[in-house]
Design a protein around this ligand. Structure first.
Ligand code: FRU
Length: 487
């Protein structure tokens, strides 16, 4: 094993221990993946290996701000209880001098193989860089050795911009396939394809898909997989302008549903759809587990957003794991993995069948909470129904559904998102609205109507959460269920 690399991971572990001791824990999450301290961004290398789930993440162990990227590492037997492992990759070798950027993991006959981007500055102040692709391997799933022959892909095709990163690798028949986020010299976003017999020697196969200027200038963190006979291309485009309710975050994460022809490398697809409509959801990656589930985890933050936890010595977290399925009209549905139920400490059924609710308040003192409410819209005369998560005083986070407008709205204006606190999206609730909500100390994840719409945002409550309130406007609301669980 390369000696610089061993030193760098040890040093990083030391730095983390010191940072952890100094950390202010007020906003630390209870059941989400975070680093022990300091900065994290994208999930990387999601995989089930030798029966355990592994998640890696972009990590700067020396600071609460982004910097030379390492790969942090956690593993779990059940997708909800995560154990920290030593840092898997540290930058500083010739192949990855200024960062080990995002990438993926595969199980190559019992060898856990990480494929990642090496980042190299040419002129750091002006953000001029080059990027290459590298491999590191492990048999115990904990300690990784970078290959001596790195980089395995030294440079992008000649018609390419400097953006050349985030390899997603999968096996089809006997061949390994890799897609990379890239763009042309004219800044048109695209994803390019390589193949390999052994994960070491890679051959360029051209462009799998190119977008026009409306689709931004660069597609980060591409993912490509089959679901119910369709091919899903999931990616995080940079540079798409906001349009009404759509694309309101700095960068987006979304997908196409389509058909891919492996022989001709042609991909036909439908429209671009955002995967989540909250404030903080980016760089999602998926993997297939041994139950055949396609599971997605995203970074639960957004570039350049206000991150109050920086003052506390940490920043960034990953979303809860979500199962992705294909719904009607070729739309993806996202729902929490079943295993989330393992976190339930106590169940509180507040109402079970047709209850009229003009306004209803339950006192709930908890900061880790799961809430499920089912509104019967056919019997409700209301125009608007809301679920409010209330603090001791004024502070509240409000989820509202407009029955007439068929819009779902999340308002965190007074729970930590002072500017730009509202997100909304179209949801055709067809008679029934189910809101399934996960609250952690500084996050909210909403799954509406079995994953037809999801909204994920970081919230920062200065007050204690003390109540769940149901409110209707313009008439009565009828609810069929209201349950919460302390987690
Ligand atoms: C996405 C991203 C990736 C890159 C990584 C760097 O959030 O910009 O494209 O590999 O983060 O940390």
């Amino acid at each position: 094993m390369n000696s610089t690399y061993i030193n760098n991971t040890k040093q990083a572990e030391e730095a983390l221990k010191q940072a952890e001791a100094k950390m202010n824990k007020r906003y630390r999450l209870g059941y989400h993946i975070m680093a022990p301290a300091n900065w994290i961004n994208d999930p990387n290398g999601l995989i089930q290996f030798k029966g355990e789930y592994h998640a890696f993440y972009q990590h700067h162990p020396y600071d609460e701000n982004w910097g030379p990227m390492h790969w942090g590492h956690v593993k779990s037997k059940d997708l909800v209880h995560w154990e920290h492992c030593p840092i898997a990759l540290a930058p500083g070798d010739a192949c990855d001098l200024d960062g080990c950027f995002s990438g993926s993991a595969v199980d190559n006959n019992g060898e856990l193989t990480l494929i990642y981007t090496g980042h190299h500055y040419i002129d750091q102040p002006n953000n001029i860089f080059f990027q290459n692709q590298n491999v590191a391997v492990s048999t115990d799933g904990i300690h990784f050795t970078k290959l001596a022959q790195n980089p395995v892909i030294a440079e992008p095709p000649t018609d390419s911009s400097q953006h050349f990163r985030d390899p997603k690798v999968w096996k089809h028949e006997d061949t390994w396939y890799m897609i990379l986020g890239n763009s042309t010299k004219e800044d048109l976003p695209r994803v390019i394809l390589y193949t390999s017999p052994d994960l070491r020697t890679w051959t360029y196969h051209g462009v799998l898909l190119q977008g026009d200027k409306n689709m931004g200038f660069m597609w980060e963190c591409p993912d490509f997989f089959e679901l119910n006979g369709k091919h899903i291309f999931m990616f995080s485009p940079q540079g798409i302008d906001a349009q009404g309710d759509k694309y309101n975050n700095l960068f987006q994460t979304g997908y196409y549903v389509g058909e891919y022809n492996y022989d001709s490398n042609e991909y036909q697809h439908g429209e671009f759809i955002e995967l989540d409509n909250g404030h903080d959801f980016y760089a999602v990656q998926t993997f297939l587990d041994d139950q055949g589930r396609r599971i997605a985890i995203g970074w639960m933050d957004m570039w350049e957003s206000d991150m109050p936890t920086k003052a506390d010595g940490w920043s960034g977290a990953l979303t809860i794991p979500r199962v992705i399925t294909l719904g009607a009209n070729n739309k993806l549905l996202m729902n929490p993995v079943e295993e989330m139920k393992l976190l339930r400490q106590s169940e509180h059924v507040l109402c079970q069948s047709s209850t009229i609710c003009g306004s209803y308040l339950a006192e709930v003192e908890a900061d880790l909470l799961e809430v499920k409410v089912v509104f019967d819209l056919t019997k409700s005369s209301a125009d608007l129904v809301s679920l409010k998560l209330c603090g001791t005083g004024e502070e509240e986070t409000v989820i509202t559904y407009s029955i007439l407008g068929q819009k779902l709205m999340l308002d965190c204006s007074i729970s930590g998102k002072k500017t730009d606190g509202v997100r909304q999206t179209t949801l055709n609730a067809e008679g029934q609205l189910t809101l399934h909500v996960y609250l952690d100390r500084s996050s909210i994840e909403i799954f509406a109507n079995e994953g037809e719409a999801t909204m994920t945002s970081r919230i920062y409550l200065s007050e204690k959460l003390l109540g769940i309130e149901l409110v209707s406007e313009g008439g009565e609301a009828i609810i069929n269920e209201l349950t919460y669980w302390k987690l």
